[in-house]
Design a protein around this ligand. Sequence first.
Ligand SMILES: Cc1cc2nc3c(=O)[nH]c(=O)nc-3n(C[C@H](O)[C@H](O)[C@H](O)COP(=O)(O)OP(=O)(O)OC[C@H]3O[C@@H](n4cnc5c(N)ncnc54)[C@H](O)[C@@H]3O)c2cc1C
Ligand code: FES
Length: 287
Amino acid sequence: MTGTIALEEAEVLRHEAWPEGQRVLVLRAPRCAARAEPGQFVHLRCDPMLPMRRPLSLMGADPAAGTVELLYKVVGLGTARLAARRPGERLSLLGPIGRPFRPDPARPRALLLGGGVGMPPVIFLAERLAAAGEPWRPVALLGSEAPFPFELVPARLPVPGVPAEAERSLARLERAGVPARLASGRGHPGCHRGLVTELARAWLETLPGIARRGVQLYACGPHPMLAAVARLAAEQGLPCQVALEEHMACGVGGCAGCTVPVRTPQGLAMRRVCVDGPVFDAAEVVW
Ligand SMILES: Cc1cc2nc3c(=O)[nH]c(=O)nc-3n(C[C@H](O)[C@H](O)[C@H](O)COP(=O)(O)OP(=O)(O)OC[C@H]3O[C@@H](n4cnc5c(N)ncnc54)[C@H](O)[C@@H]3O)c2cc1C
Ligand code: FES
């Protein structure tokens, strides 16, 4: 990844607070924005007093405006300090880092599944594929136990097969032309009460065999959700890419603090999530 990761002083432009410690952060970081791809992440110095950076996935990048967008949840010291940063302040940003999702034009029906703070890379990919136009036909299914940190609207774009209770979508995905539906075990209004994989299975079951051959799955979310998505893909004979979010130290391939075992033709091997991933083929991952 030599020469592809920028180090810059990013300016906080917008910092929105959403329920249960969720935050949407927009930064001016033109060098990162120019190269960012869905599935990649940034490594942020949340506070000048905290030497260890924290990794956060990119939810969007606008190369023309020079901005990147992140969604995170406050879980500990780093994210709590980040939540205190105000518009106009600057923070050191390294990015974009990692191998992004690799969409396959032979499989233009992209089934995108995001859970909790794993939603950002999936939303970024959905919007990029929709903007690319033909042949891409993304469908996004998102799950969250916390209230969704987005403007929700009644869904107009159809997702065949999903239960009628799943009748809301994200305003930004409707605007982008991406059909999407929401799930939550907490039964938020307009969401399917249950798992995002149940929505995925319902949609897949409406597709005739020939259409299924054009499907590829992409997912990011908590480990149990990713394992369930990988099982669903294997059962349906569909390829699947997953973005992993392991604990990290250096974030740029130097410390081996983020390694995971993967299956290779030569047997098990260790891979660094930060630079060999974070996106892996689900069939390679040892769940
Ligand atoms: C590639 C990548 C992308 C990520 N993208 C996002 C994102 O878009 N939005 C977001 O909210 N979070 C994301 N994370 C997780 C985020 O980096 C951690 O929540 C953050 O570093 C916690 O820092 P902290 O100092 O606030 O908490 P700490 O005090 O370090 O930890 C608080 C709690 O969070 C847990 N935790 C810390 N790091 C992780 C991790 N990587 N995965 C799971 N649990 C963790 C700890 O075990 C502890 O229970 C991502 C992680 C990686 C590796
Ligand atoms: S975090 Fe250091 S090698 Fe990945």
